[in-house]
Design a protein around this ligand. Structure first.
Ligand SMILES: Nc1ncnc2c1ncn2[C@@H]1O[C@H](COP(=O)(O)OP(=O)(O)OP(=O)(O)O)[C@@H](O)[C@H]1O
Length: 627
């Protein structure tokens, strides 16, 4: 894996609008005009007040799928990262040849992963074009792209109000500019991970970015295209002989519960009369999920023993994306306009952080991998997720997609997981002699738009080698781990051995264990499990404190800017002929005290938060004493 990320390097240069403007109007007409800056000044614009939904190239949405394209450079980077070989030219060869070459390449890829701990996460950035509104506001395009690098030209003001540009340079595995179409996005992101999932590897692709940055636009075509490729692979002799089976599920995380969108029941409380309250609750839920996702990434990044996957339903479902034999593609969507600069930088820094996960070669991550119950490693899955950044979460009406392999009849089934109930109930129809559990993580989509209710929606697709299973697949939903009677003793034994692996795992083990009990009594259709006493309370408290800390930090910045304005006014006054120096000294002393008090208060909050994190760590490491 090439280490490409140079985030953090930034340089100052005098502001020269034409040097960084890739097509937008002059900065002096746009971002720097006083009415555009408003009272907040550069970089602190109210993005919620902007409507970014009208772009110039909206017609791109309906572009046809052309499976023969590859992006020069981009694809090369991806192949280097994943060592994947889904070159569509192979599809022109005979099935057997194509399968064989694919198979050996994948084997090579997997063994090299084991040996070198190569990147499991590929980070791709997609920049959308300026939209009509941004152009009409004469906003600058402040993002320039060159191969797999990009530069954000952040417009800034000095204390004396002189404009200048701060450059932030980033490198990622691929950077797709505004001219890249959805086919090319597919080729650079999901297409190369399709063959990998046939090697019992979980694959996830998720999009992240501020509202209106193009997540839905980017993600919407991917499931269908992925499904087409999956089916194509399933029809190749090498896989047909292994009798792979494909499940697809599409579910929604709403209010902390999972709802099957392929069932006819789709009953969450969207009809509430108190829409504001509803919206607030939904927003809080999604924010909690996204914060929990950040916590997990941070925990993995920091080599923490405990990865708090149980912090939210989203992270529970996404867990396999970050551990085990997994490959993840993160698409960071960014808006190019100057007004979105702060959000764009946040998104890129987040992407940079995710990217660093794949570089650190952390052996503990592999321990986590190995301590997963074996059942988890026997199922491949592909997950697709779109999620907004924490501050901007809105939702769009669901879109249901079902994939039929064309060879087998498909039936729909209904199920709900409610992890909050103790014991939780898993209602579903089972195929005889087979166990399943909500441990198979699949495709997720978070849809965001103005108005309406908000939720996380999940597409899921599993492929599983099932030579020892029933020939006939009767339904597609939900994703299931199937275990034959012969397999059960071995799986139970393995679980017992691995069970010292922490609270996350034990829940999963508990669920699996109960699944097996269920099968032994042949009680088809309804199963119960008793999760381990949760640490969710602590995690929730920490997530809330984190939110409070970040809010306090923002407030401190706003206060500081206000104070700086006062200082500048003071300076302007003291420069006037005949000004009173006593007055200046008194006011300056007062202003500086306020500044110091703000900093001290923020530092205290930060120290409290650090202490809490430490406590939690100690608590969790104590809990991990082998039973
Ligand atoms: N690369 C692109 N090329 C052309 N149009 C785009 C592109 N990306 C996004 N758009 C357009 O920008 C608008 C906003 O995109 P989209 O709805 O995908 O954003 P989003 O990130 O999903 O927003 P939200 O989080 O609010 O749901 C849409 O009108 C979409 O068609």
């Amino acid at each position: 894996m090439r280490n490409l990320n140079i985030n953090g390097e930034s340089g100052l240069e005098p502001y020269t609008p034409t040097a960084q403007n890739s097509g937008g109007p002059a900065a002096s007409d746009g971002f720097y005009s006083p009415e555009f800056r408003g009272d907040l000044g550069a970089g602190l614009l109210d993005l919620h007040a902007m409507d970014d939904t009208e772009l110039l190239s909206e017609h791109v949405t309906s572009e046809p799928f052309e499976p023969s394209l590859f992006i020069p450079g981009v694809n090369k980077a991806f192949e280097n990262d994943f060592n994947a070989t889904t070159n569509w030219q192979q599809k022109e060869q005979s099935d057997a040849d194509a399968s064989a070459s694919l198979f050996s390449a994948n084997e090579k890829e997997i063994s090299s992963t084991r040996e070198n701990n190569v990147a499991k996460i590929k980070v791709v950035v997609r920049k959308r074009p300026l939209n009509k509104k941004e152009i009409s506001r004469k906003e600058d395009d402040i993002v320039t792209v060159s191969e797999n690098a990009l530069t954000v030209h952040e417009p800034k003001l000095k204390v004396d109000l002189t404009a200048y540009v701060e450059k932030h340079e980033f490198c990622f595995d691929a950077v797709l500019d505004e001219n890249v179409n959805n086919d090319e996005v597919y080729h650079a992101t999901v297409e190369p991970i399709i063959p990998i999932i046939f090697q019992r590897t979980k694959a996830t692709c998720f999009a992240y970015g501020q509202t209106g940055s193009g997540k839905t636009f980017t993600m919407q075509p991917l499931p269908l295209r992925a499904a087409q490729d999956l089916v194509r692979f399933l029809h190749q002799p090498i896989y047909r002989n292994q009798r792979f089976k494909l499940w697809l599920s599409y579910f929604e995380i709403y209010g902390g519960k999972l709802f099957d969108l392929l069932s006819d029941r789709n009953e969450r409380g969207a009809d509430t009369t108190d829409n504001d309250r509803q919206t607030r609750i939904e927003g809080a839920e999604i924010n909690k999920s996204l914060l929990a996702l950040k916590e997990c990434i941070r925990a993995l990044d920091n080599d923490q023993i405990h990865i708090p996957f149980r912090g939210s339903k989203l992270t529970e479902v996404l867990r396999d994306s970050f551990v085990g034999n997994s490959r993840t593609v993160m698409i960071s969507c960014i808006s190019p306009n100057a007004g979105s600069c702060e959000h764009t930088l946040n998104t890129l820094r987040y992407a940079d952080r995710v990217k660093s996960l794949s570089r650190s070669g952390n052996p503990k991550k592999d321990q986590t991998v190995n301590s997963l119950p074996p059942s988890n490693r026997d199922v491949s899955s592909l997950s697709l997720l779109a999620t907004a950044d924490v501050e901007d979460v809105y939702e769009r009406q669901p879109e249901v997609k079902v994939v039929d392999t064309g060879r087998r009849p498909v039936e729909k089934d209904a199920y709900t997981f409610d992890f909050d109930k103790q014991p939780s109930t898993f209602i579903g129809r089972e195929e005889s002699g087979m166990a399943s559990g909500p441990t198979d993580r699949e495709k997720i989509e978070v849809n965001n738009s103005y108005g309406g209710s908000r939720s996380l929606r999940v597409y899921s697709s599993n492929s599983q080698n099932s030579a020892d299973m029933e020939e006939k697949v009767r339904k597609v939903s939900p994703p299931r781990r199937k275990v034959t009677r012969e397999e059960k003793p071995e799986k139970m034994g393995n679980r017992t051995k691995k069970d010292g692996g922490g609270s996350d795992l034990s829940t999963q083990n508990s669920m699996q264990s109960n699944s097996n009990n269920h099968n032994s009594t042949n009680d088809v259709g309804r199963r119960r499990y008793n999760p381990e006493p949760p640490t969710d309370g602590n995690i929730n408290a920490i997530l809330e404190e984190e939110e409070a800390l970040i809010a306090a930090h923002r407030k401190e910045i706003e206060d500081t800017m206000e104070i700086v304005r006062e200082e500048m006014k003071l300076l302007a006054e003291v420069d006037q002929p005949g000004s009173l120096i006593d007055n200046y000294v008194t006011q300056l002393s007062f202003v500086l005290s306020r500044k110091a008090a703000g900093l001290v208060s923020l530092q205290a909050r930060l120290a409290r938060f650090q202490h809490r994190l430490k406590e939690q760590e100690i608590l969790l490491s104590r809990k991990r004493v082998p039973r």
